[in-house]
Design a protein around this ligand. Sequence first.
Ligand code: ATP
Ligand code: MG
Length: 352
Amino acid sequence: MTAVTFTETGPGRRGDSFLSVQDLHVSFSTEDGVVKAVDGLSFEVEKGTTLGIVGESGSGKSVTNLAILGLHNSEHAEIGGEIWFEDQELVGASRGTLERLRGNRIAMIFQDPLTALSPFHTIGRQIGEVYRKHKGTSKREARDRAIEMLERVGIPNAKVRVDDYPHHFSGGMRQRVMIAMALVCDPALVIADEPTTALDVTVQAQILDLLKDLQDQMGTSIILITHDLGVVAQTAHNVLVMYAGRAVERGTVREVLGTPRHPYTWGLLSSVPRLGSSVDVPLKPVRGTPPSLLNPPPGCRFHPRCDYRNLVGPDLCSTEQPELSPERGHGDACYLTLQQKQEIHTQLMEGR
Ligand SMILES: Nc1ncnc2c1ncn2[C@@H]1O[C@H](COP(=O)(O)OP(=O)(O)OP(=O)(O)O)[C@@H](O)[C@H]1O
Ligand SMILES: [Mg+2]
């Protein structure tokens, strides 16, 4: 797989989206063979909005987002396609360019703050260092900025807590510290990979509210990776549903969660309790397991698990890979007709 080719008339950056991922491929060489973790993925993020990326474990959510900034140094990973961020193409970007962007224009928040925070330095120093590195300020200014950020993310008594070490904080407070560090340079894009999975429900809601408030104040765009469709409904503007390294559905939260069109999305939605439904309605997980990415099934990758492929006619689903429509708006990669999708979804809703 070659990295990037530039042509004057090539797809390039689209006008009003400031992150545009086009035909992204990521594969890893392993002892067992080549793992195609992401295989022809395209999506866009608009300024000041949140894109929720959902999908089962192993569908390529984290790898997709690592490809934006973090995989370039891995000797086992090969990345192809284009990622346009502001005026920059990132797949072919130099190490220096990525270093300048990381923590500055693009920041990442992970599930476990302890992997991102050093246990040996105070949080004030760690937040301040990021600021100093990118903004070239004095230590004093960096410390003041760290205190300001801690106040913004709701750490009580920030002027004192700035000198504490990460282990002095509870899980929820540590996640706030990590958000303070991620936002210290006022990044244009924040990538949050399962930022609240390790937290209890109340703290999770507080952290999501905090992210939303900060987005409103600072105009930040967010990519929020999560297993949890409730989190998407609460936080995101747009949704991308991934299955086995590909996008199967895309649209606004209202479109994808309200009138989902792809059989996999139906499955995901039927495995979460419906608001207002009685608690004894049994939840139905998607049957079967995701395919091996070493040797994915031909045709639609979801077809071995799909209950509706017989409606499409012989063989199409198992031979031809359906594409997500390239236009913007609500799109899905499935051969059923729109009318079939609407009818089946209505029936599924009635059956719940
Ligand atoms: N460094 C690597 N080497 C080999 N395979 C990898 C590597 N990193 C990820 N993969 C594989 O790529 C696929 C996608 O992984 P990824 O971590 O993106 O999944 P995910 O959707 O984030 O899952 P989860 O919800 O569990 O976090 C998986 O099959 C995974 O095993
Ligand atoms: Mg992941």
